[in-house]
Design a protein around this ligand. Structure first.
Ligand SMILES: CC(C)(COP(=O)(O)OP(=O)(O)OC[C@H]1O[C@@H](n2cnc3c(N)ncnc32)[C@H](O)[C@@H]1OP(=O)(O)O)[C@@H](O)C(=O)NCCC(=O)NCCS
Length: 253
């Protein structure tokens, strides 16, 4: 299926040029215009279970998006670990987190996607989570924080106060906390099956704009690099890595 707009070429660097040093986090962006070229170039590298999952999507757009993300994930991990992308084997944890089964490597990765954009993050020897959401319309979302089953049960009391203070234009604060929290819970591997209200995320001005810190049951989670990512005007994105002073770089195909 063709996406709206022009297909952008997929420019992958020579794999031998891809280096992921200790202490570095590399975030790769795949926008919707690159989905078709990525599918065409990388679909053959998917395993049978991944193809089956792709075909299970009802809409071709979602099917192709999954193939492109998985294909790029395989290509990048293959390059970092000097393996063929099709030789990699994945499994999933009890909470749905994809885990590299072969080769056994201290490579952490996290994937997130929303309408129009996917982010793939990589680092060595740490816990790593990334989340991206499209900015929604609607100036005031603080009220949603009190809706049972949606907002209520997600935000800590401190975060709910931040949202209340941001009213009436609370949409950005809402998405900011939301993406931070999902990045953190994806790094921990539980996703939303942990109690999200036990975690609080807040600005960390001592480390500079865009930095945030997290605590669990009021106890600071030290040794983490937590950042809001600049993913463009239409998106909010956040990253959490259990590395004290990670250097985070942004990459486009
Ligand atoms: C992880 C979670 C927060 C993702 O939320 P989302 O905003 O809808 O989706 P995103 O695009 O940001 O992330 C999806 C990616 O997260 C990853 N992921 C899924 N579960 C994960 C987990 N527990 N931890 C870390 N990453 C996870 C996958 O790579 C997935 O990508 P894929 O769909 O291409 O396979 C949410 O799905 C969740 O809470 N899952 C756990 C629920 C659970 O316990 N499931 C058990 C049954 S499998």
């Amino acid at each position: 299926m063709q996406h709206e707009g022009f297909a952008a070429p997929l420019a992958l660097p020579p794999p031998e040029r891809l280096v992921l040093p200790d202490g570095a986090v590399q975030v790769w962006e795949l926008d919707d215009k690159q989905v078709d070229p990525a599918c065409a170039r990388l679909a053959d590298t998917l395993a049978p279970d991944e193809r089956a999952r792709a075909l299970a999507y009802r809409h071709a757009r979602h099917c192709n998006g999954y193939i492109a993300r998985r294909g790029l994930l395989r290509w990048l991990i293959g390059a970092y670990l000097h393996c063929l992308p099709e030789a990699l084997r994945f499994t999933v944890s009890a909470f749905g987190k994809p885990v590299l089964q072969w080769p056994q490597a201290r490579l952490a990765f996290s994937v997130s996607h929303t309408d129009g954009l996917a982010l793939l993050a990589f680092a060595r020897d740490c816990r790593l989570g990334v989340d991206v959401e499209r900015r929604a319309g609607g100036p005031d979302l603080a009220e949603v924080a009190n809706v049972p089953g949606f907002g209520r049960g997600i935000f800590s009391a401190q975060e709910a106060r931040v949202l209340a203070r941001a009213r009436p234009a609370s949409a950005d604060a809402f998405l900011g906390i939301w993406t931070r929290k999902e990045a953190l819970l994806k790094a921990l591997g539980t996703g939303l099956s942990a109690d999200p209200t036990a975690f609080t995320t807040e600005d960390d001005w001592r480390r500079g704009a865009g930095h945030w810190r997290a605590s669990r049951d009021g106890i600071p989670m030290s040794g983490w690099t937590c950042l809001d990512l600049d993913a463009g005007a239409g998106f909010r994105a956040a990253l959490a890595a259990s590395l004290p002073e990670a250097s985070v770089t942004w990459h486009r195909c």
